[in-house]
Design a protein around this ligand. Sequence first.
Ligand code: HEC
Length: 205
Amino acid sequence: MKKKLAVAGVVAVGVALFSCGKSQYANTDLPPKRIKVIKDYGEDAAQMLLSELKKELKNALKTKGPVGAIEVCNKRAMEITREVEEEIGDIKLKRTSFKYRNPLNKPDKYEAEALTFFEKTLKETGKLPPYYIQKLDGEYRYYKPLKVQNVCLTCHGDPKYMDEKVLQKIRELYPNDKAIGYKPGDFRGAIRVSIPEEVIKEACL
Ligand code: HEC
């Protein structure tokens, strides 16, 4: 009898932890419906930015070559970010990384917490979590992690194997560049989507 009770107790605690515990990928306890709405908003916005950036990058590499493409990234990355913000409305977007090229992409303390979460989990489990959510004062933040692919190495790879002219151009435009030395599969950084709390609350009604 005693044993049965003990087992029931363990099961009850397990269920409570499972249903009420913090989401694995959030800095606070949030109802599943709210997590879903934040995820949907955040993921859509991040994908939109990614696809616009990739389109421009692909085009620039094809028509102007790698050196010309750096100038395009330099001039257009921030503009494209603002354009996507305008198109979606109500949200703010940023690309951020501990090893940033453009100093405007340097992480603030919340972004640093999210980047650390991704790095730490990748190191401990060998897997990059699909997202991270933060609740801050008046806003939710959704983070989408980015991995390095082969195409990125032209401008973010090991300098030993990079084109000398590409390196020169990067150094000229970004004298304090930290964004080189990556290998395929490395964690590169994240897209941060800030969404006002009211927008999420309305969607959750
Ligand atoms: C043609 C060169 C080029 C290629 C290829 C390239 N990047 Fe970049 N990347 C840049 C430049 C230049 C910047 C700085 C943009 C700015 O000034 O806003 C940058 C910035 C970034 C940033 C913002 C953080 C920071 O360091 O400032 C991320 C994240 C990033 N790149 C990821 C990638 C990924 C992932 C790929 C591959 C899918 C990639 N890049 C391919 C040139 C390139």
